[in-house]
Design a protein around this ligand. Structure first.
Ligand SMILES: Nc1ncnc2c1ncn2[C@@H]1O[C@H](COP(=O)(O)OP(=O)(O)O)[C@@H](O)[C@H]1O
Ligand SMILES: [Mg+2]
Length: 231
């Protein structure tokens, strides 16, 4: 479903060249949970942004469900992001002037076959908070709303960049459980970028980056449930 071939990306800062991704190859199947693991600066965000059509590769190929992300025009990428993908970020990125429900509705209309916002908000346990503004709920709750906002479009893939990075352990586990529920209930492929080794125990494959290189790429024969993850 997701094919990545010889993907490279570098950034030029003054005279310095930073090789953020070096010859990355991978192949991911639908309906699974994947964790991209690596320390800060290893290239995780760059990889997710290129998969998500937010950033552009220097060379190599990214094919998602037959769609060539690396060759696409900006207008095609807009449609790709809108129809295929959901995004979850470390700091939630909710619109502060919109209520919980309005935040979820704001993306629902981007999709043709979106899900019922009530059902999705119930799934993340936030329906009774639907009329609150982001500042009236906790960080963990904001992240649950952010997940609902990504899910309501019914995307094939949800890209999560350090989704638990700003949360305490208990709330982090709640968010991971929720991502697992979304994967089971809607069949969504979930890709989680994190520096937290423990989270990779949930992954169907260990995808480890170090200094822009793919240093580990092995199937995980026995992924654990989110509730068994500890750190
Ligand atoms: N827009 C940018 N301009 C310059 N350097 C960047 C930019 N984005 C990322 N980098 C560099 O690329 C490398 C990989 O960064 P990133 O993908 O953000 O890693 P991670 O998400 O694993 O922390 C780092 O050395 C980072 O400093
Ligand atoms: Mg990052």
């Amino acid at each position: 479903m997701i094919q990545v071939e010889s993907l490279t990306k570098s950034y030029h800062v003054g005279k310095t060249v930073i090789h953020a991704l070096k010859d990355i190859n991978m192949e991911l199947e639908p309906h699974k949970i994947y964790v991209v693991l690596g320390p800060s600066g290893s290239g995780k965000t760059t990889l997710l942004n290129i998969l998500g059509g937010i950033d552009v590769a220097d060379s190599g190929k990214v094919i998602v469900d037959g769609f060539d992300v690396t060759k696409a025009k900006p207008s095609e990428l807009t449609l790709y992001r809108r129809k295929k993908l959901g995004f979850v970020f470390q700091f939630y990125n909710l619109v502060s002037s919109l209520t919980v429900l309005e935040n979820v509705l704001s993306t629902k209309y981007l999709a043709e076959d979106g899900l019922d916002p009530k059902d999705v908000l119930e799934t993340v346990g936030m329906w009774e908070h639907r009329d609150k503004f982001p500042f009236e709920i906790s960080g963990g709750e904001q992240q649950r709303v952010a997940i609902a906002r990504a899910v309501v479009k019914n995307p094939a893939i949800i890209l999560c960049d350090e989704p638990t990075g700003a949360l305490d352990f208990e709330n982090a586990i709640k968010v991971l459980k929720l991502l697992e529920t979304i994967n089971e209930k809607y069949g969504t492929t979930i890709i989680i970028a994190t520096h937290n080794n423990a989270i990779s125990r949930m992954s169907h494959k260990i995808i480890r980056l170090r200094s822009g290189e793919l240093v580990e790429y092995t199937d995980n024969p026995s992924p654990v449930k989110a509730e068994e993850v500890v750190w």
